[in-house]
Write a new protein. Sequence first.
Lengths: 313, 374
Amino acid sequence: MVLLLQYTIIFASVLMLVALGGCFSEHSGIINLGLEGIMVIGALGGALAMNLLPAGTSGFVMVFVTAIAAVVFGVLYSCLLGVAAIRFKADQTLIGTAMNMLATAAATVFVSAYNASKNPDNTSSTLQYISQKNAFIVRIGGFEFNWFMLLAVILLAVSWFVLYRTRFGLRLQACGENPQAADSVGINVYKMRWSGVLISGALGGLGGIVYILAGVSEWKFEVGVAGFGFLALAVMIFGQWKPTKIALAALLFGFFRALSNVYTGFSFLAGLGIPSTVYNMMPYIISLIILAFTSKNSKAPKAEGIPYDKGMR
Amino acid sequence: MKESFWKKPAVQTLISSLICIAAGLFVGFIILSIINPSGSFKAITTILGNFLTRSSGPAKLKAFGNTLAKTAPLLMCALSVCFCYKVGLFNIGAAGQYEAGACAALFCAIGLKLPWFVCLIAAACAGAVLGALSGFLKAYRNVNEVISGIMLNWITLYTANTILSNPSVKDPASPYTQGLASANPKGLLPTLGMEGLFANNKYVTLAIPLAVLIAVAIWVVLEKTKFGYELRATGFNKEASRYAGMKEKQNIIVTLAIGGALAAVGAAFLFLSGYQQWATTQTSVPGMGFNGIAATFLGGLSPIGTIFSSYFIQSITDGGALINRSLYPAEISDLISAVIIYLCGFVLFFKTVMNARIAKSEEKKAKKAEGGNA
């Protein structure tokens, strides 16, 4: 039971962080389908930081540097979306898809080369962080508390505050609803959209590193993040682009994702004889069903996905 | 005045695609050089040359045949994405429809011992149902087809693994499905004697000419029929097409069903040639559907252009497997394909620049001509 709670919270943290990232980007008017790729690159940055820090590093420094590395990698990678979608008005769906493919391929190539440079016989795309992982975890009874859970809650509060209580957040939302009107009152739409994309890069990158720290202590970069970026987008849609609702949606999705990790521990679930593949499919099936029933009255920002052109009215 | 050669849309599309390829290869070359500068030139020529780098004539022909055998399914996936994109739908679910096709084809061929054409039809139906589901969710429930497509990719992957793990299909000694040639030779696609042209490569089947014919058929349907015109009109402006009396919801579902059938038949083309077995333990969505997206955009969103771009993408993917693996990872080809797709997003910009250049030079000419007259 404790294990289920632990996995639910950690997966919910990942989904919430990434969904909040998507939320900032979409409120500014850019659909970020590249979140999956941003997660991979953020995870790569974090995993590299853990690998490169010397063995005796203190826990606080380890957590701090890893988080910063993930954020920086995520932000830099999200520039690919910014340049294409804002500066060159490219098709946002196409660019997002390309970013997802590029991230997995680039991370695989990079990690393989990195491993081979240390040991010529090792050309795998796996990075290990067994001992480093301990810095992130505090054991409370049987519950493994991860510092990133706390960070996720803090960032949720900050996101809510920024979006609804600051001038910046309200201006950001204006750019996603009616960029022409926003421009007419002197808001720089391009700058706002860049901010939205870069914030989504930071949160997406952070989500990536939390994901590969959830339950495992090594990551094979060939597999990417198994559609988690898209699950986060489903969380965002179900959460109607509002931080508080996104948090609740993330808990629900996190619960179903956690079930597939721990169902064998529950005698009544294991006794049902449902094959493991059904549990693997569960988060995707649930999200599809939920979307089918909630997308009808979508609260999506009205101008999302449409490149902003100053000359168009 | 005769329209300038450089102004033709087809020419501009071709130039844009070549720019994307050149830039993609350049990025690949830079990365290879960073990993290990001494072998990078040889590696990039291997990726580009693919089968030409094999030692003997027959080996070259055989490798060429293998690349063609894998181009056919890729072309089908690309046609699926291309067809849907013309109707304004981004069919990222092609990968899932591909899985459904593989599952249906292999189950019919190995489990039920049916002949190949029945397996092909079964695959097409499975893909069409999956595509129609995405279409229904889009048309009636307002679910973005990209998100539903991704979810269905994963759901279908695990479903296919479960169905193909059935003892009547799976090889008891390995995680793979049984070899088709021994389990049910009737299920193999006919080679029409083409294997003789490719040094007895029995994977060169009917699939290859059929895929090209389907590409031409898709072009005809889209460009020359009322049905295709309606679909494109729906994609261009949903509201306008509704006011013109077209059933836009039905069109969305039909489009994705056709797209689904195309991708699924692609999978049948690969698995019914016996080239590959399905691994029932795989935990990642096969890359064929995503490479289809690359081929679609590189082919300038034209079914005919897609034939050539599919071959190119498959050829560099196969070439990537031939590079010195102790020096470089094979995924470098995936990286090059991904860079190419990313750059395809800039095609509109390339064309704008080209047109601006042409306009400028024409203006100059016009001025000169004026000056001459005065």
